[in-house]
Design a protein around this ligand. Structure first.
Ligand SMILES: NC(=O)c1ccc[n+]([C@@H]2O[C@H](COP(=O)([O-])OP(=O)(O)OC[C@H]3O[C@@H](n4cnc5c(N)ncnc54)[C@H](OP(=O)(O)O)[C@@H]3O)[C@@H](O)[C@H]2O)c1
Length: 284
């Protein structure tokens, strides 16, 4: 069972339905193909649905992911990202389901970069704080669990995604401003999904950085998008993060090391050029 099945990462699980798994994906306000409704903030709804479906594994991907919105609406962010996770934990205890909690590179303060799973956390904004509190609730729960951190997710999705924004703007001949002083590890949705499935298949526990393998600035990522999709890269202007007025502070370098995933799972976490070429081929 995948919560947030109408979101960017969650929806990618539908592509492997029927391969080796029976997969149920859930939505909240945006029904998608074959998703079932679930409000993770509603304790009874969560107990009823998980109790009825009795899944072997729950992949909890649903979250309030708009970082600036979370800063301005902390009660909503807490209700969904922390209390919602606690509701999922209680239901998993009832059914004995394993829990995979999807978390974020933003749990780090970004002073160091190339973070390993053993590095200390220090969230800079309220979204990141709620994701970390969700992590804590999971590892304290006594359930069989894994925490999988991703970073700047990308992939084709009707309502979401940096790649769609960049390609649409450049296709329309519009200039865009992109920061060149913040670094992440952009993560292709299907690559993170496959790592999560491997964690389940090999019965791994603990924290895993299931992100892309490349530390890259948002500006260089946009340039790679323009090159792979053969668009005009001269329309992309580099700017500094200090030029932007944003409600929430962001880490400067929250890139993640994927050494543990490569070693333990023997799965290849890919760089942005590889990921973008996958996307281009999926469109052809
Ligand atoms: N996006 C990133 O760059 C990024 C980076 C690091 C970590 N993450 C983490 O990765 C996970 C997946 O992110 P994403 O970008 O795929 O998410 P997303 O596209 O923003 O989708 C969020 C999902 O949560 C669902 N949801 C919202 N409110 C809900 C509620 N009350 N009850 C149940 N479901 C609810 C949404 O359903 P409806 O749309 O149907 O309402 C949607 O399916 C999240 O846990 C996020 O924190 C994301």
């Amino acid at each position: 069972m995948v919560t947030g099945g109408s979101g960017l990462l969650g929806s990618s699980f539908r592509d492997v339905e029927g391969r080796d798994y029976k997969i149920i994906t859930t939505h909240h306000q945006n029904p998608d193909k074959d998703t079932i409704p679930l409000d993770v903030t509603n304790h009874k709804d969560v107990q009823d649905k998980i109790g009825h479906l009795n899944p072997d594994v729950v992949i909890h991907s649903a979250a309030l992911t708009n970082v600036d919105y979370c800063e301005e609406h902390p009660a909503e962010a807490w209700a969904l990202n922390v209390q919602g996770t606690e509701n999922i934990i209680k239901a998993c205890k009832m059914t004995g389901s394993k829990l995979i909690y999807v978390s974020s590179d933003f749990v780090f303060d970004g002073c160091k970069g190339n973070y390993s799973e053993d590095d200390g956390t220090c969230p800079l904004n309220y979204y990141a704080y709620t994701k970390l509190k969700g992590e804590e609730a999971v590892w304290k729960s006594g359930l069989e669990y894994a925490i999988t951190r991703v970073s700047v997710l990308y992939g084709w999705h009707a309502r979401r995604g940096f790649v769609s924004w960049v390609t649409n703007e450049l296709n329309g001949g519009h200039e865009i401003n992109v920061v060149d002083d913040h670094y992440n590890s952009p993560t292709l949705d299907s690559n993170a999904r496959d790592a999560i499935l491997k964690i389940i298949e090999t019965d791994k526990q603990g924290i895993y950085h299931t992100s892309g393998s490349q530390r890259i600035s948002r500006f260089d990522f946009a340039v790679n998008i323009s090159r792979v999709f053969e668009l005009d890269e001269s329309l992309i202007n580099p700017i500094k993060s200090s030029d932007l007025v944003q409600k929430a502070k962001r880490p400067k370098d929250s890139s993640l090391s994927v050494n543990k995933v490569h070693k333990d799972l023997k799965i290849n976490m890919i760089n942005t050029l590889e990921g973008l070429k996958h996307m281009r081929e999926a469109r052809l």
